[in-house]
Design a protein around this ligand. Structure first.
Ligand code: IVH
Length: 672
């Protein structure tokens, strides 16, 4: 081969790998399997070895592998890795603190101490140390199950393989953030959209020696599981981390009161960009572990912590058109197609307009010059219009009267709680009649917090739908794999992976099963309540057979909105078919009363005000001791606890039903 032909061959392969890197990292939509990628990489290496004159800055020998493996083994977190709720301003902070005061029934004058820590925008990891030795490292994964990336984590210099000193728990999961500094990101930025992706990509290399090539950093900030070790404050724990050989943030501090938190936030925001890594906010944690413990969790986030986000990046663009997207619950969201613009390192070409009222309020028209804002992982939105730039060509947007997908007449719902009509317009179609809703339901069904099927991302679901491979959720369990294998971008390996992921997803907890159905107003928390109530999937699936839906109103946390939504859902034939079929395909584990405690199988209700303890905390204490809290006096109630000014009707009814009526003292005696 002539040298020019060799070069030609070489550069065509370089271009090919460049293209695949883009598909993989930027579009998150790989076109070839891992092994095909490795083959291509090796061909390039071979050529370079043989013909030493071949050189390219895009060669994988310079840019290293950069292809994270999707095939790590999974392992459960002993304590889930949950997320944080967000606050954006002082009002959010005050609300956060108010809830804590109410829950803990604190005096107005009480000063709460917060541990304040920068929220580094990286990838969280959990490290298990047994007798001081690093034995296991997991990525966050879906919060309950992570990827086993021990060897990769071990290559990070900030992660000690042995804890220093001798004053540490015999078994502990230490958690923190893996990230890359901006100066290091600059060297490899061609391959990644942002530093966070770069950290995630290099951490998840199949070959740990590839991870080692990138200087990843680690900052520790919390723990999951811990065995027999007395620590009373978060600030004390952060000191221990240093003693054990970890890096912690030098910006960690203790602050009292929300006004001071706000002041500190303003100061920190000024120096935010002086740091050599991305920080997207500050995390506030109640410093006292005893209080943290009392406060506990709600759904996926602790009551005792919050992330105070920094204000967003923004930029200017032009509205080219307005589209309406149909969501899983039928909500119609107007989305502006804008002239692509780089906002804080990410190219944005869509920005939400929220709803029709917002379009009217901000007087947004097609053709307008607009300011667009993007904050972290939140969807970018149109902030305002620059009226001075408006031309005669700008066009008012008329919101459709009918669903753009199925043609149903659009409705506005009346909210039972706020007693107002919603701002959101909806397609009222139930079940799977509206195509767009159906696709969104399937996306929800396979999503992280539901069946969590890796390899079935949003784009893949859309593709499969288009090709009529899936129409209803259960179709996922009878896919035509031969056909999929022949599709562009698919191969034997990726099909085998998909099959494996789907098989794996069949074993599922009852609460996830209920959640996966995507019933409106039935989120993770309500799914948990329902699964506790019904106990077996069979009972839930047979809900239409003589069950009185109003019984569900006895469950504390369920209201008319939820119960009406369930009625509506089960009144639809297709929904029933789907639920039945899914119950056949899936191996839904029954909700067991795994919890044991003093109050096992006992139900409680409170009437009147308790002294020194909030109702929410009393409820949480009952549940911690395996009891159940109900909101109705019925034969199923075991104890009615009376506080000050009880409702006499409830007490009377309880006495009639021969239910034990006890006062707060008696209840607390039962507890201790
Ligand atoms: S504490 C339940 N502390 O933020 C407690 N998280 O949205 C949650 N993060 O996945 C973890 N800095 O990746 C905590 N100082 C910090 C943090 C921090 C960053 C990330 C972490 C987590 C996410 C929660």
């Amino acid at each position: 081969m002539s040298s020019s032909n060799i070069k030609k061959k070489y550069f065509s392969k370089i271009n090919e790998i460049k293209k695949h890197n883009q598909h993989y990292f930027e579009k998150n939509n790989p076109k070839i399997s891992d092994s095909e990628y490795d083959k291509l990489k090796n061909q390039i290496f071979e050529l370079e070895k043989k013909y030493t004159f071949l050189k390219s800055k895009d060669s994988p020998s310079n840019t290293i592998g950069f292809r994270p493996s999707k095939n790590f083994l999974k392992s459960n977190h002993r304590i889930p890795m949950l997320s944080l709720s967000n606050a954006f301003d002082l009002e959010d902070l005050n609300n956060f603190e108010k809830k804590i005061f109410n829950f803990l029934n604190l005096d107005k004058g009480t000063k709460l101490e917060y541990s304040v820590e920068p929220k580094i925008d990286g990838i969280s990891a959990s490290l298990t140390y047994k007798n001081g030795e690093l034995t296991k490292g997991l990525s966050r994964g879906n919060g309950y199950e992570g990827e086993l990336i021990t060897e990769n984590l071990k290559t990070i210099l900030d992660i000690p393989s042995k804890l220093k000193g001798n004053n540490f728990p015999e078994d502990i999961d230490i958690r923190g953030e893996v990230f890359i500094e901006n100066k290091d990101f600059q060297k490899i930025k061609e391959n990644f959209a942002n530093p966070r992706n770069a950290a995630s990509g290099s951490l998840r290399q199949k070959n740990p020696s590839e991870t080692k090539k990138i200087p990843l950093k680690f900052i520790a900030y919390t723990f999951g599981f811990i065995k027999n070790f007395k620590i009373i404050k978060q600030s004390e724990f952060l000191e221990f981390l240093k003693e054990w050989g970890f890096k912690t943030s030098k910006f960690n501090k203790i602050i009292e009161g929300t006004n001071n938190l706000q002041k500190n936030h303003i100061e920190f925001e000024k120096i935010r960009y002086d740091l050599d890594y991305d920080v997207d906010g500050l995390v506030y944690k109640i410093n006292d572990f005893k209080l943290q413990d009392r406060l506990g969790f709600v759904a996926n986030a602790p009551r005792w912590a919050i992330a105070h986000k920094f204000s967003a990046d923004s930029s200017f663009s032009e509205i080219l058109d307005i589209d309406v997207q149909v969501g899983r619950t039928g909500a119609l969201t107007p989305v502006a197609k804008i002239k692509p613009v780089n906002i804080g390192g990410v190219v944005v070409s869509n920005a939400t307009l929220h709803n029709e009222d917002e379009i009217i309020r901000k007087d947004i028209r097609i053709g307008d010059a607009v300011k667009v804002e993007r904050a972290g992982d939140v969807i970018p939105h149109v902030l305002s219009v620059d009226i001075s730039k408006r031309t005669n060509y700008s066009k008012k947007y008329i919101f459709p009267e009918k669903c753009p997908s199925c043609g149903s007449k659009i409705v506005k719902e009346f909210n039972l709680i706020t007693k107002k009509y919603d701002a959101v317009k909806r397609c009222p179609s139930e079940g799977f009649k509206c195509q767009k809703i159906a696709i969104e339901k399937i996306k929800h069904f396979v999503s992280k917090d539901a069946l969590n099927i890796e390899g079935l991302g949003k784009k893949v679901v859309e593709k499969f739908w288009e090709l009529k491979l899936i129409k209803l959720p259960q179709d996922i369990f009878s896919l035509d794999y031969k056909k999929i294998e022949s599709l562009d971008g698919w191969g034997k390996l990726s099909v085998a992976n998909l099959k494996f992921a789907i098989e794996n997803a069949k074993k599922i907890s009852m609460e996830k099963f209920i959640y996966s159905l995507g019933i409106r107003h039935i989120g993770q928390e309500n799914s948990k309540l329902l699964s506790k109530y019904f106990k077996s999937a069979k009972k839930f699936v047979e809900i239409n057979e003589g069950f009185n839906f109003n019984n569900l109103l006895n469950i504390d946390g369920m209201g008319d909105t939820q119960v009406n939504s369930l009625k509506r859902f089960f009144a639809d034939r297709t929904n029933n078919l789907v639920v039945n079929k899914l119950n056949e395909y899936l191996d839904v584990s029954n909700q067991q009363n795994i919890k044991t405690g003093k109050f096992q199988n006992k139900t409680f209700m409170i009437t009147g005000k308790l002294e020194g303890i909030s109702r929410a905390e009393a409820k949480s204490l009952i549940e911690k001791n395996a009891g159940r809290f109900v909101s109705n006096v019925s034969k199923k109630l075991n104890y009615l606890i009376i506080g000050q000014n009880p409702t006499s009707k409830k007490v009377k009814k309880a006495k009639e039903l021969k239910i034990q009526v006890i006062d707060q003292d008696k209840w607390q005696k039962l507890l201790n």
